[in-house]
Design a protein around this ligand. Sequence first.
Ligand SMILES: [Zn+2]
Length: 182
Amino acid sequence: MTFLDTLLKRNETFAAHDFPLGLKLMPREKTLVIGCVDPRVDPVDVLGLKLGEAAVIRNVGGRVVPETLQTMAMLRALGKVMGGELGAPGWHLVVLHHTDCGITRIAQSPEMLARYFGVAPAELDAQAIHDPRASVTLDVARLKGNPQLPGGFLVTGLVYDVSNGKIETVVPPALLREEPPA
Ligand SMILES: [Zn+2]
């Protein structure tokens, strides 16, 4: 039996016993998580997410790169069609970085990383890839500084420690953008 067989078996159990009817396309808890693809840091497990509660974007490092913003724009457009405004007041946006991230181990491939971040190789040092507390702070600031994003998100920057399973709140929750007084 291969691992694929195992997965399909697990799905049979899921469909038979755990499949919840009636889930909505838009996340029930109005939450969007941006996290890393690393198998040790799956937000479903480390944050205890249940099916349907949150949308999750995963990429290398959990970084706010041009593709992340494209995905967010598509989710927002989808939200409008589905009658739920992504990023309206009441939404959470969680950026989850972690210790021992593999992105630090491809630092010797500056061209690849520069393409990923959409910057020149000379600007890679400014992407804080070696320090998860710095990178999550940078990415939250990047989200807050992006005028294309809806301002109602409550944005939080977290760092997960792969050595003990604990999460530190590095950037406390704050509105993506304080709306100017009317
Ligand atoms: Zn990682």
